[in-house]
Ligand binder design. Structure first.
Ligand SMILES: N[C@@H](CCC(=O)N[C@@H](CS)C(=O)NCC(=O)O)C(=O)O
Length: 208
């Protein structure tokens, strides 16, 4: 089955899907569309006029990062827990992250240069309060589950989403995660997965 993953040269909501492919050991075309190409002619060709989009061998296009990841997770039988209950917990974290991502959108889009604004002010007024709330929940959940992951005793898609966001935060505001020192060990554990480690060493450098 040939897969093409269409996204921008960004980590954002696309990177955990790339990592899912790597963990599954499945080939895919990592198609990186520039903003110029996107605006020139690609946007109207995509299902919801947004990226990421997964294209299947027969040309079927699947939109929305969580739907893509859930589909691939089911196809490959990975990263969604050991049973329906764990799968629901993974989904819960993905939804929680979406809420958080919406809360920090103004900070994130300003950092990307899509919106204009004072990034230092937005860091204090938008990022910090939302991230404090979000990462307290992440820390609490890891402690409660007791295995060093967000759900159960194995790595899940929820871990990929949270740890990749930690990379972005460390690139944008290295001081932020110093408030949550325990999370460094968590990220190290998630990224010790051999396929993931290899991909992270070889992937193109994207700041966010
Ligand atoms: N909820 C969607 C969000 C998709 C989204 O916001 N895509 C942005 C890039 S991260 C996009 O396509 N922007 C270009 C545009 O809207 O023209 C997902 O998770 O896939």
């Amino acid at each position: 089955m040939g897969y093409t993953f269409h996204y921008f040269p960004l980590r954002a909501v696309g990177e955990p899907v790339r990592q899912l492919f790597k963990i599954a050991g499945k080939d895919f075309e990592d198609k990186r569309i520039t903003f110029e190409e996107w605006m020139a002619d690609v946007k109207p060709t995509m299902p919801f006029n947004q990226l990421p989009v997964l294209e299947l061998e027969d040309g079927t296009m699947i939109a929305q990062s969580a739907a893509i990841a859930r589909y691939l997770g089911k196809e490959f039988g990975i990263l969604w827990g050991k049973n329906n209950l764990e799968a629901a917990k993974v989904d819960g974290f993905i939804d929680l992250y979406k809420d958080y991502y919406n809360e920090i959108r103004q900070f994130y889009y300003t950092a990307l240069g899509v919106l204009q604004g004072n990034l230092d002010e937005l860091y204090e007024s938008v990022l910090v309060p939302a991230a404090d709330k979000f990462f307290a929940l992440v820390e609490g959940r890891i402690e409660k589950e007791g295995h060093g992951y967000l759900v159960g005793s194995e790595i899940s898609y929820a871990d990929l989403v949270v740890c990749d966001h930690m990379v972005t935060l460390n690139n944008l505001r290295p001081e932020y995660l110093k408030k949550h020192p325990k999370l460094a060990g968590y990220q190290e554990k998630v990224y010790s997965h051999p396929a993931l480690k290899k991909w992270l060493d070889e992937r193109p450098e994207d700041k966010m």
